[in-house]
Design a protein around this ligand. Structure first.
Ligand code: ADE
Length: 421
């Protein structure tokens, strides 16, 4: 990297390919594009310096361009060492955007990129997984006084931030974008459902119909994966630790069992728990020859890859994002995307249409923080329901759907308790 360059990407010559990818995403993100048109005149983010750490995808590029159109200055890094799309990163760098991201970062490079991004001395932060916020608090506390607030995109990040706040360690307000219905009810369910299977299919091209597909974790993401796998003819098994989630899975018609048992039966395993060590040494050892293992959770802790490497007698890449491990028994197991987010590493992440709503929420949350009409103390905040309704209505409109409105008498009925039989 040249000292006077404000970016570091893999290969700038990929920029024209990246621009076409972004153009495609823009054509499929009508809500966010509508906000861009509306706010590029008002420029509510003027004077704001945003440090962002979020997967560098074509959809993220649409968000980045929208934040800039609304007046922000920003600096960007990825939030996962393997999820950056190098063509998109090149396109953003060519547009003059300060970006430090490429596919295949080492751990040191990952933190180097976060530090570079923080050089902007942010007034706002945008995270996916909360690594940037932690880095800021931990290594750059001198920057805290400038920060008005931040946003967090994902379940794992919100859990970490709530834990941080509980200990009194969080020093500024953060809006939990993840927790708003127009984010999690769509992105986590339909986005992960489709993109995780997309990743598995791109890395393997196996037929899902008839396969025993084990989904570890029946939260919103696991529910989406199970639903879509069932739709493609897989026989779905769910493993859970939460009795209510497990019961929901059972009543949805899935088999529910312990991972110890599922390990012997499954053809394909997808983890979506947010927990570490969900698939371990003794599970690999029980698996059938040819078992395929992938992770759809934020961190690469769910499948214990270290233990797999330790017990394997050989290891080779058999297809892109697909590594074969031969075990002492002679059985082969296939690990996808090194146990990292299979949807972003082996595929392109969630489709643009669903990121449209997630990123409309991100954008409006940052505008709310920038406008500073309310004084928010450090803590984790939710997005207002009116914003959620507005985004849902705009999305429906873009899809050509219309909904009914309650008449005045119906509204009155809602508030009364006297009318009955
Ligand atoms: N997370 C999941 N899918 C994504 C996408 N397409 N862009 C950014 N973040 C994502």
């Amino acid at each position: 990297m040249d000292e006077d360059q404000n970016f570091k990407v893999r290969d700038l010559s990929l920029a024209s390919q990246g621009k076409k990818m972004i153009e495609w995403a823009e054509a499929h993100m009508p809500v966010l594009m509508g906000l861009r048109r509306e706010y590029s005149e008002k420029k509510p983010l003027k004077g704001m310096r945003i440090a962002g750490a979020l997967h560098v995808t074509k959809e993220t590029a649409v968000l980045v361009r929208t934040l800039i159109a609304a007046g922000a200055e920003l600096s960007w890094a990825g939030c996962n060492p393997l999820s950056t799309n190098d063509a998109v990163a090149a396109a953003l760098a060519e547009e003059g955007i300060s970006i430090y991201a490429w596919h295949g970062l080492s751990t040191d490079e990952f933190y180097w990129a976060l530090d570079k991004v923080l050089e902007i001395s942010p007034t706002l932060t945008l995270d996916d997984g909360a690594d940037l916020i932690f880095r800021l608090h931990d290594k750059h506390p001198d920057l805290l006084s400038e920060v008005i607030g931040g946003t967090e995109e994902t379940t794992t990040g919100v859990i970490r931030l709530r834990a941080m706040h509980k200990e009194g360690a969080l020093k500024y307000p953060v809006i939990a974008v993840n927790d708003t219905p127009t984010k999690w009810q769509f992105d986590n369910v339909y986005g992960t459902g489709q993109s995780a299977l997309d990743g598995v299919l791109r890395a393997t091209n196996v037929l899902l119909a008839g396969k025993q597909l084990v989904v570890a974790g029946y939260g919103h993401c696991g529910r989406g994966i199970a639903m879509r796998a069932k739709g493609m003819g897989a026989r779905v098994i769910v493993t859970e630790v939460d009795p209510v989630n497990a019961l929901k899975a059972a009543l949805e018609g899935y088999s529910v069992m312990k991972m110890d048992e599922a390990a012997e039966i499954g053809d394909i395993f997808i983890t979506a728990t947010g927990m570490k060590d969900v698939i371990r040494k003794w599970h690999f050892e029980k698996m059938k020859d040819g078992a395929i293992i992938a992770n759809a959770g934020h961190f690469d802790v769910e499948i214990n890859v270290k233990e797999l490497e330790e017990i394997a007698v050989s290891q080779r890449e058999i297809r892109p994002n697909n590594e074969e491990f031969v075990l002492p028994s002679g059985n082969r197991v296939y690990l996808l995307a090194r146990g990292r987010l299979v949807n972003l590493v082996a595929a392109e992440g969630h489709p643009s249409e669903v990121m449209d709503m997630s990123f409309a929420n991100q954008f409006l949350a940052l505008v709310r923080l920038a406008q500073g009409e309310e004084r928010l103390s450090p803590g984790v905040y939710l997005i207002d329901q009116e914003i959620d309704n507005m985004i849902a209505l705009r999305k429906l409109k873009s899809m050509g759907f219309d909904i009914d409105e309650l008449a005045p008498e119906q509204l009155k009925y809602l508030e009364s308790y006297q009318e009955g039989t």
